[in-house]
Design a protein around this ligand. Structure first.
Ligand SMILES: Nc1ncnc2c1ncn2[C@@H]1O[C@H](COP(=O)(O)OP(=O)(O)O)[C@@H](O)[C@H]1O
Ligand SMILES: [Mg+2]
Length: 360
């Protein structure tokens, strides 16, 4: 497992989990979990539905209490501290705006609730709304705003409180695909510009790759891996990570050593020209990205096969090739002329594009 920790040793982490457990009755939503999030870092919690992302976020927010373990925010032990005393803010998936209040009143709400004078609250709210490009929407009822505008109002409402940690739980799920791309970039730009510490939850791996400094991949209430987007994509530590982040061909193989050299066996196939690996001899999974495979002449390359299916997807051609290692997915340039369905092909893969991971 990757345990890269970006916080310089002398700097207090914005968020720190020490052996935090969360149980709901007999369900263990989080197993003993350690996590440190640095100041000004955007960390994404990524994983399939039910893996514990929202629970982890709600524990930071103080909306759930840990069953055991310790949570610190900016060095302060907040384990038993209530949500409104934690200096954190959560932007909900549904935005949770007050529909019959104007956008400006929604943004002012938290400031007024904390006892700020009205004139000052309005001034601060207006300035945050301007930063987000929604200063013209102040008088509108939030029920009259588009999805993208509501999203910004919700962000302004959180930001105006200047929280130590800003959290987003699947913030783009109510937006269409085009807008999702824009808003995720807006959130990232704002986070960088204001040097905000952000914890961002999504089940969408592309979104996670696009916005994050660091991704924490969760599986069944545990951290399966963490690292930068490129590191996780390029050097997945397990089959689960390779499969979950991006598309991957996963092939069971045996790693062995012969005359001091590391070799791989997969059926009748042997690979001797391997990239460096820490893995021990024995069963492994190979992960090969579909765009790292070329369809070549039969008899050449690493594995032989027959093209079973092919689809044109605009930005790429997708071919499924039947081989002795199973069905492999290949992405090609759509402008290239390719052997069609039924053709025998040799799959060309450079050894440096083969990743050796664990089998689970
Ligand atoms: N209030 C609750 N009561 C009982 N079980 C819960 C509660 N909240 C979450 N869980 C359970 O905890 C696990 C993690 O849930 P959650 O954190 O919502 O996952 P995610 O956000 O990754 O989809 C799931 O098994 C879920 O059913
Ligand atoms: Mg959730």
């Amino acid at each position: 497992m990757t345990t890269s920790d970006p916080a310089p040793a002398h700097e207090t982490p914005a968020v720190e989990f020490n052996q935090v457990v969360k149980r709901f009755g007999t369900v263990v939503a989080l197993h003993p979990l350690d996590l440190r999030i640095a100041q000004g870092e955007l960390v994404t919690l990524l994983g399939p539905s039910g893996c514990g992302k929202t629970t982890l976020l709600r524990l930071i927010a103080g909306l759930e209490q840990a069953s055991s373990g310790q949570i610190r925010i900016n060095g302060r032990d907040v384990t038993g501290v209530s949500a409104n005393q934690r200096d954190v803010s959560l932007v909900f998936q549904s935005y949770a705006l007050f529909p019959h209040m104007s956008a400006l009143d929604n943004v002012c709400y938290g400031l007024l609730a904390s006892g700020m004078k009205k004139a000052q609250a309005i001034e601060q709210a207006r300035s945050k709304m301007a930063q987000l490009g929604i200063e013209d929407l102040g008088a509108r009822l939030s029920s009259q705003l588009s999805g993208g505008q509501q999203q910004r109002v919700a962000v302004a409402r959180s930001l105006v409180l200047e929280p130590a940690v800003l959290m987003f739980d699947e913030p783009l799920s109510n937006l269409d695909a085009k807008l999702r791309r824009k808003v995720r970039q807006d959130i990232r730009d704002l986070q960088q510009e204001l040097h905000l510490t952000v914890v961002y939850v999504t089940h969408d791996q592309e979104e996670a790759l696009a916005v994050s400094d660091r991704i924490v991949v969760m599986e069944k209430g545990r951290i399966a891996a963490m690292g930068g987007p490129r590191e996780l994509y390029e050097s997945p530590s397990s089959r689960f990570i390779a499969d979950f982040i991006g598309d991957a061909n996963l092939i069971d193989a045996e790693l062995f050593t012969r005359a001091g050299r590391r070799c791989l066996r997969c059926g009748a196939l042997e690979l001797t020209d391997l990239p460096d690996t820490q893995a021990a001899d024995g069963p492994v999974a190979l992960a090969i990205r579909p765009h790292r495979i070329q369809l070549g002449e039969p008899g050449t390359g690493l594995i032989q096969g027959t093209v079973l299916r092919q689809a044109y997807l605009g930005s790429r051609m997708e071919s499924v090739v039947d081989t002795e290692a199973g069905e492999l997915l290949v992405f090609s340039d759509p402008l290239q002329s390719l052997p069609g369905v039924g053709s025998r092909v040799g799959l060309q893969v450079s050894a440096s594009d083969v990743r050796i991971t664990t089998r689970y």
